[in-house]
Ligand binder design. Structure first.
Ligand code: ADP
Ligand code: NI
Length: 216
């Protein structure tokens, strides 16, 4: 199949399925990840561009957080869609493996699959969790869950299990220490690392100002 045709069809499919999505995980998150992934892929060699783009587009197609923790539903939804489009089976499996392995979930989960394409899409997704956008998404997620913004009596917990992480009931400021500030050192690609640096510094400035304004 012509590469741009399957990409266009996937864009339409994803846009449609995100129609009533919550703001941190909507079409525009996917769109930013898609753009970041393209940018990173441009400076990598020996990669399958089509796999990068399709995995970026489909990576949050059915997030387990919004499906009772079911981690199979996302990869399976992507698999069904690509199969229904008659997409090459081997490449389809690669896209599905990326979707299965992309998530952070406390940072303690091991990958069961490795590829350069996964490295790229994971970096692209991580970039959208940091910097100004990352800050907006943290508080959006916290508001969606009804979490506190800040509570000095509850300290960040870096030893969370995947299950605790997934509950996500801690004050939003703690999430900076539990995830956002750790991401710059977890970037897989050189371009991803470079892009993460500026966003990381912005978050540090933001936190500095936040604590200046907090009266304890
Ligand atoms: P991942 O699956 O890679 O762990 P998520 O899908 O959980 O990432 O996160 C989506 C967005 O919601 C991110 O921007 C993330 O920082 C934010 N988020 C996730 N968990 C929390 C939390 N407990 N408090 C505040 N924001 C959160
Ligand atoms: Ni995502």
């Amino acid at each position: 199949m012509d590469s741009s045709l399957i990409i266009d069809k996937t864009i339409k499919y994803v846009q449609q399925s995100f129609q009533n999505a919550e703001g941190g995980h909507d079409w525009w998150h996917t769109h930013r990840v898609y753009v970041n992934a393209k940018k990173i892929a441009d400076s990598e060699i020996d990669i399958d561009f089509e796999i990068v783009l399709l995995a970026a587009l489909l990576h949050d197609i059915a997030d387990s957080k919004f499906h009772n923790g079911d981690e199979e539903i996302g990869p399976e939804t992507a698999r069904k869609f690509l199969a229904s489009e008659g997409f090459d089976n081997q490449k389809l499996e690669h896209v599905v493996s990326i979707i299965k392995n992309i998530s952070f979930k406390g940072g303690n989960s091991k990958r069961t699959f490795n590829s350069k394409e996964l490295d790229i899409v994971q970096d692209a997704d991580r970039l959208d969790a940091i910097g100004a956008i990352g800050i907006a998404r943290v508080f959006n997620f916290g508001g969606f869950k009804g979490n506190e913004i800040y509570n000095p009596e509850i300290k960040p917990n870096l030893e969370m299990t995947k299950e605790e992480y997934k509950k996500g009931r801690q004050p939003s400021i703690n999430h900076f220490y539990e995830k956002l500030l750790l991401l710059k050192d977890l970037m897989n690609t050189k371009t991803g690392r470079q892009m993460a640096q500026e966003r990381h510094e912005f978050m540090l400035k933001y936190l500095e100002q936040f604590y200046r304004e907090v009266v304890e």
